[in-house]
Write a protein that binds this ligand. Structure first.
Ligand code: 8YV
Length: 333
């Protein structure tokens, strides 16, 4: 066990989470809420036993090299860990944890909200109202596309992808999916989802694509000019995972040239800046990375961070350990 561990947190966390952290640990909390520079991260990680970063922190090999000898845990506040060099952390003997599960339903709700709002031009209509551009109902006024009866393709059938699939059935969508690995047959049946062994095959058949995969070297720019060209010109794309899975310039081109009907984005390749040409497109909804932005999810994410820290300092296995890419738990002795 680590007596009186010093915990350093990189961003402001919800008040109840910070209050509980103060009760439990010798914690260093931020007073302002701006993302830290690389130099500030190196300085911060050099003085703690436990480090709590978020998605806005790039925890690369240089930051990890600057860690104090006492550092033994990086407890990420968030599910995705693509911003952490997990392999470098493990090489240094550090444990890395994340906060999966508690944000699943809220993120899936946002994906579903975009799946409905983009084809129905909801945000475009709101803009029009505010600009005084609604001059009365008309038979051909602001026509969108029906969602019911269409085919939804889910890229990444993990927790969030499955939660999107369950919602989609309620709206009359049929569910298709592509994933690194085919999910077990019982789960496939429960989700009533049709497997495609290649992304390309799925893209040619679907009307709406929902991206719910983690960012890894093999998903970076999976959606680029070539794969976008396989999608039907009247199809839509929604991304609530990581922006870098899409080549955003290629997406903006496809949308501007009418090779794709619309998009709903919550994440960006160069976050927080969307590709400038997306800003002028009416058929795009741009959300500011709010997939897990509910009081409930953020509090529960904080609780997960606390549970992982507690387990670690008490010398128990952390419930949410993140393994380096490619590592697999094995039952072999
Ligand atoms: C979080 C997210 O807000 O959990 C994730 O991976 O993308 C977001 O929902 C963010 O990561 C907090 O660090």
């Amino acid at each position: 066990p680590i007596p009186n561990p010093r915990v350093v947190v990189t961003r402001r966390l919800p008040d109840p989470v910070e209050a509980r952290m103060r009760e439990l640990f010798d914690v260093v909390l931020r007073t302002d809420d701006t993302p830290m520079s690389q130099t500030a991260l190196q300085e911060a990680i050099a003085h703690c036993d436990v480090f709590v970063p978020t998605v806005t922190d790039t925890i690369d090999a240089d930051v990890i090299a600057a860690a104090s000898d006492q550092l033994s845990l990086i407890a990420n506040f968030g599910a995705g860990t693509n911003h952490i060099d997990v392999a470098a952390a493990h090489a240094r003997g550090l444990t890395v944890t994340n906060t999966p599960g508690v944000l699943t339903e809220d993120t899936a709700d946002l994906a579903m909200a975009l799946i409905l709002a983009v084809p129905r031009r909801l945000v475009e209509g709101d803009r029009r109202m505010r600009a005084g551009g609604f001059d009365g109902w008309g038979p051909t006024h602001m026509l969108g596309h029906r969602v019911r009866g269409k085919r939804l393709g889910i890229l990444g059938m993990g927790r969030i992808g499955s939660a999107v699939a369950r919602r989609a059935h309620a709206f009359g969508l049929s569910v298709h999916y592509h994933n690194r690995q085919r999910v077990p047959e019982t789960m496939e049946r429960a989700l009533d989802a049709r497997w495609h062994d290649t992304l390309e095959d799925m893209l040619t058949e679907i009307d709406i694509l929902s991206i719910n995969a983690p960012l890894t070297p093999s998903t970076r720019h999976l959606i680029d000019g070539r794969t976008l060209a396989l999608m039907k010109p009247d199809s839509y794309l929604v991304n609530t995972s990581r922006g870098e899975i899409i080549d955003e310039a290629a997406l903006a081109d496809a949308l501007a040239q009418g090779r794709l009907a619309g998009a709903g984005l919550d994440v960006y390749e160069d976050e927080p800046r969307p590709h400038p040409s997306l800003l002028g497109l009416e058929n795009v909804i741009l959300a500011p990375h709010i997939g897990s932005s509910t009081h409930e999810s953020r509090r529960e994410m904080g609780e997960k961070v606390l549970i992982n820290i507690r387990a670690h300092i008490d010398n128990h296995a952390c419930p949410d350990r993140v393994l380096p890419p490619g590592a697999r738990l094995s039952l072999a002795s």
